[in-house]
Each structure stands twice: as structure tokens, then as C-alpha cells.
Design a protein around this ligand. Structure first.
Ligand code: SF4
Length: 484
């Protein structure tokens, strides 16, 4: 890990600058305004008239220098944005110079890439012009810019949420074991003692949420039950939760239930899910290699995944989503290609190809695991894209996270007509979400003016059960005022 001494007069942007360095170096040790690093980066800036100038100089293990300038603005919000962009881009220039690398997403950090296209189109640009603008402003590579264009094109086929529509999310924060890369706040099921009281609290919150939906004249759009792993619940408890949400489910255009871990799936649970009206389930192998599954703490086998797919098909599910991860510990390109070939036999209608990221709250981080070679993971991700295209799938949503191998992305692909509306709503933040369960976040949005307000539930499971009335109150508070 490279230790960087960063000397900057703008402490408020030091995290943004660290993010730029991570694009090139992955994990770094950062000393702000302290010497002693392997490399020292010095940021200087000054103004002349209405122009701000910025230089970044690297010394030590690497040497280089870059300079940029940008106009000052009298609008304080714009001024902050211009200022931050100037210093990030100047640092990006010097990083590119000293490492000799051109990252796939250029200097883009902390912003959803598709949003840039939508913003450009909102200013009257065509989709191609918006793509070209994003590409040149942030140094985004041609293939990634093209991916964005394809995604936004597919998304535009799907009606955006109306102001009176709402998605309902229900969270089940339990799993049978903890995956090494997981950063979610899910609890292990253990002996299952917490499950019945959790479901009881959830039923209460769902009932109050449906009442709020009715009072405010909102209309159901998409239902999504995620986690954790919802199928960690018994068939009986699943039935209780879904029964509570049934009035919403009956009117929703799409109903997804995550059944992520194949070792939690059985016939009784799938029958409950089917009979409550699920239109889409997600069964996630991540890899077809048992030794990798073992290494990452997923206590199931490839054979269990195959059995779960066969059972789900037999029971009558017509849309199964599959999640895979490129860059899992110990995997090479050949292993990933074999996983892709195997996934073809499972024939999911949609496929999400994730890039491994090592988040601070994950076991991999605790174990001080290093990200795999970015070039190798990029080849995997590209193979995933090509495989999806061969099966007639189109990319329809994308997101990026911190600490991702190769500074890449996660992409959802689907056969035409199988795009998950809820995923798009979530990623693009274009629709309201009412969310129930520990750690779930409700959102009220007005995309016309870019207004978003959030009401998060507490994440800790016993706190949630004790304070469910307060969580209901938080949601009500979001819809207290009329928005014009
Ligand atoms: S199944 Fe999903 S939520 Fe559960 S531990 Fe694994 S990654 Fe985390």
C-alpha cells in the first residue's frame, strides 16, 4: 500500500482528492499536511482576476506536475462545484502522468455516470452529444461512454415513475452466514430466535406504510423484498410478511423477491413466493467454483444452485436474475469464463455482473485482502458484457462503488422486457420509495427540481424492533408537507 503525504490548503476536499488517488493506486495510506509518505503530493492554488489557478506536484517515489485553471463563480454552490472539480482534475492529470495509466471511467468519482447523460439531455443535448460531453469532460473511455449510452437508451423505453407512484421495499437483514465481501448490516440467522419478533415489527410497519400510501393517494409501482436474504425466513414467516404487503403487491407492476442464497431455498418457500405473486426472483451463485464459495464464506455449493434453478423453473418462475462477481479471491480469468459458460446453462433472464470491491466493513478488509489485478478483472467484466450480448441481453443499469477492482463498475443486463423497474428507480433516484425493515431507507423525490429527502430506519435489528413506531413516524414525516 502506498503512503501518500498530501499537502493541501483545502482540507474540506481532502477526501475527494484521496478518491482520485484511489482510482490509480487502490487502497492508499493518507497523511494530510504531514510529511513522511512514499510520495508527496503538493496542492497550490491562487486567483488572478476572475480565474483560479491550481497546480499539483508529485515528489518522492513518483515525480510529475500538472496545472489547470477555471473561472470563479459568484454563485456559492457553483463556485464550490467548480473549485472541487478543478483540483480533482488537476490531481487526475498528474496521476495519469506519473502512473502512465488511463482509467476506464477517467476522473469520475462520487457521481452516477448515467446522471451526467441525463443532465446533458436536460439541457437540450442529444444523447450522443451528452455522451461526447461526458467523455471529454471526465476523460471517460469510449467503450464506457458507449455503455452509458446503451443503458440510458434502454431506460428511456421504460416509463419513468409518476409523481403519484411509489415503490415499496421490504428488508430482511438476516443471512445464513456472512459472505467475506459483504458490507451490509445483516445478522446471521443463528438459531432464528430474532426472526418471529422481527417479522412482527415488520408487519406493523408495512401496515402503517400501506395506510400512508392510501392517505396520500399514492399508487403502487414496484415491490422489492431484499436484504440480507429474504429466504432466510421460514415459509411461514415469508407468508406473514408477504400477506402484510399483499394489497400493494396486487397492484404493483413488478414484484421481486431476492432468494439470493441457494442454500436457503426450498419448495415450500418458493411456493409461498409464487402464490403471493412474485414476477421476478434472484438466485445468486456469484461463482460456479465450490472452492471459491468456501473461501468467501458462502456455505453453499454449485450443486445447490443448480437444484435451486431447476426447482424454481419447475414451480413456474419465468424471470430469474443471477448475480455474478468478477475478481473473487483466488479466481483467474479461466475460472470466470467457466462460470459464465455454466450460467448460460442456467438460462437466467437477467444477469448482474459485479466487480469485487473491498469495503471497510467487510471481512475481506478485516483480513487485509488486496484487490485483484485490475487488468484481469477488466477482462472478466468485458467477457461478461459479451456473454450477455450473445444471449440477447441489454445493459440497463449501472453503478460504481468505492474500492472496486480496476475502478470498474457493476452492470445489470436483461433480455428485452425483463429489466427490473425497481433497480432503475433506485439507481436513477427518479421515484419515491417507502421502505420497511431495519436499515431500510425511504425516499421522497421530485426529479423535476432534483429534490430528494430521505428517512432512514435504524440498522441495528433489536433497536429496530424496539423503535418501530418511531420508524413509522419518520416515514410519515417525509410526507408531512405538500411539495409543489
Ligand atoms: S448473502 Fe448477500 S447480504 Fe447476505 S452476507 Fe452474503 S452478500 Fe451479504
Amino acid at each position: 500500500m502506498i503512503i501518500v503525504s498530501l499537502f493541501t490548503p483545502t482540507l474540506q476536499f481532502s477526501n475527494d482528492l484521496a478518491d482520485v488517488m484511489r482510482i490509480f493506486w487502490g487502497n492508499i495510506g493518507l497523511r494530510v499536511n504531514e510529511s513522511g509518505g512514499d510520495v508527496t503530493v503538493t496542492h497550490r492554488e491562487w486567483t488572478e482576476g476572475s480565474i483560479r489557478f491550481c497546480t499539483m506536484t508529485a515528489e518522492g517515489m513518483y515525480t510529475g506536475r500538472a496545472e489547470r485553471s477555471s473561472p470563479l463563480s459568484e454563485d456559492s454552490l457553483l463556485e464550490k462545484r467548480y473549485h472541487k472539480r478543478l483540483i480533482k482534475q488537476t490531481l487526475y492529470d498528474v496521476m495519469k502522468q506519473i502512473t502512465g495509466r488511463t482509467p476506464p471511467w477517467g476522473s469520475l468519482t462520487g457521481i452516477r455516470p448515467t446522471r451526467l447523460l441525463y443532465e446533458g439531455m436536460g439541457r437540450g443535448l442529444t444523447i450522443d452529444q451528452a455522451m461526447a460531453e461526458t467523455q471529454s469532460r471526465f476523460d471517460v473511455r469510449q467503450d464506457k461512454a458507449e455503455l452509458l449510452r446503451q443503458i440510458v437508451t434502454v431506460q428511456q423505453e421504460i416509463a419513468a415513475p409518476k409523481m403519484d407512484e411509489v415503490d415499496l421495499y421490504v428488508g430482511i437483514p438476516f443471512c445464513v452466514s456472512r459472505c467475506a465481501y459483504c458490507s451490509f448490516l445483516s445478522g446471521e440467522v443463528g438459531k432464528g430466535k430474532q426472526l418471529p419478533p422481527y417479522v412482527e415489527a415488520l408487519e406493523k410497519e408495512i401496515a402503517a406504510t400501506l395506510q400512508l400510501i392510501q392517505e396520500k393517494g399514492l399508487k403502487p409501482r414496484a415491490f422489492y423484498m431484499g436484504g440480507g436474504t429474504p429466504t432466510s425466513l421460514s415459509a411461514k414467516l415469508l407468508d406473514q410478511v408477504l400477506s402484510a404487503a399483499q394489497p400493494f403487491i396486487d397492484q404493483a407492476r413488478e414484484v421481486t423477491i431476492e432468494a439470493g442464497r441457494p442454500d436457503t431455498i426450498d419448495e415450500d418457500k418458493l411456493l409461498v413466493i409464487r402464490d403471493h405473486g412474485a414476477t421476478r426472483i434472484s438466485v445468486n451463485p456469484q461463482t460456479m467454483h465450490d472452492e471459491t464459495l468456501d473461501r468467501i464464506g458462502r456455505r453453499h455449493t454449485t450443486a445447490q444452485t443448480e437444484a435451486a434453478y431447476a426447482l424454481a423453473r419447475k414451480i413456474g418462475f419465468h424471470h430469474i436474475n443471477m448475480d455474478l462477481i468478477a475478481g473473487l479471491p483466488g479466481e483467474n480469468i479461466h475460472m470466470f469464463l467457466r462460470t459464465l459458460a455454466w450460467s448460460r446453462e442456467m438460462a437466467p433472464e437477467s444477469l448482474t455482473v459485479h466487480t469485487l470491491s473491498i469495503k471497510r466493513s467487510s471481512l475481506l478488509h478485516l483480513w487485509e485482502a488486496q484487490l485483484p489485478d485490475g487488468q484481469m478483472v477488466e477482462t472478466m467484466v468485458e467477457a461478461g458484457r459479451q456473454e450477455a450480448a450473445r444471449r440477447g441481453m441489454r445493459p440497463y443499469y449501472l453503478y460504481r462503488q468505492k474500492y472496486m477492482a480496476g475502478n470498474l463498475e457493476n452492470v445489470g443486463y436483461a433480455l428485452p422486457g425483463h429489466e427490473c423497474v425497481y433497480n432503475i428507480d433506485m439507481m436513477e433516484e427518479t421515484g419515491h420509495v417507502l421502505a420497511a425493515g431495519a436499515g431500510a431507507i425511504s425516499k421522497r423525490v421530485d426529479p423535476r427540481v432534483g429534490r430528494i429527502e430521505r428517512a432512514p430506519n435504524v440498522s441495528e435489528i433489536s433497536q429496530y424492533m424496539d423503535r418501530v413506531e418511531e420508524m413509522i413516524g419518520r416515514k410519515r414525516g417525509l410526507w408531512q408537507d405538500a411539495w409543489n
